[in-house]
Design a protein. Structure first.
Length: 127
């Protein structure tokens, strides 16, 4: 699949996430279909994480990503694994436990911070 087709697919996924997010919010607001929307949310999160993984693997084969992109995608992959595991636990595929997804998000934010600090340092040294 070409990079242009992947970008188009990712735009559609983003649009679907926005629409689904609004629908999920409304279902919680009016207390209608909450259980179904919760189930759909779990499946949707797992599917989006899987598609992002496939995208990264496909793009990585076509061109070599920069170190910064690799760090960001590594953090995103860790966060996605935590999210998938958490959603599988909600679906009772895995045993129920404490929610560790925020730890994955923290790792992702640390990776973003690392890239930001590196870029700021490079700009400071360039001046």
């Amino acid at each position: 699949m070409s990079t242009q087709r992947w970008r188009k697919a990712l735009r559609w996924i983003l649009a679907a996430q926005i629409v689904f997010g609004v629908m999920r919010f409304l279902s919680l607001l009016i207390h209608f279909g909450e259980k179904f929307m919760g189930l759909a949310n779990n499946v949707f999160v797992i599917a989006v994480c899987a598609l992002l993984a496939v995208y990264y693997i496909a793009v990585r084969q076509t061109k070599s990503p920069s170190r910064e992109i690799s760090v960001v995608f590594a953090g995103l992959a860790i966060f996605a694994l935590f999210a998938i595991e958490n959603n599988l636990a909600y679906l009772i595929v895995l045993p129920q436990h404490e929610d560790f997804e925020p730890i994955g998000f923290f790792i992702f934010v640390c990776c973003l911070g690392t890239v930001t600090a590196r870029r700021a340092s490079q700009r400071k040294n360039a001046c």
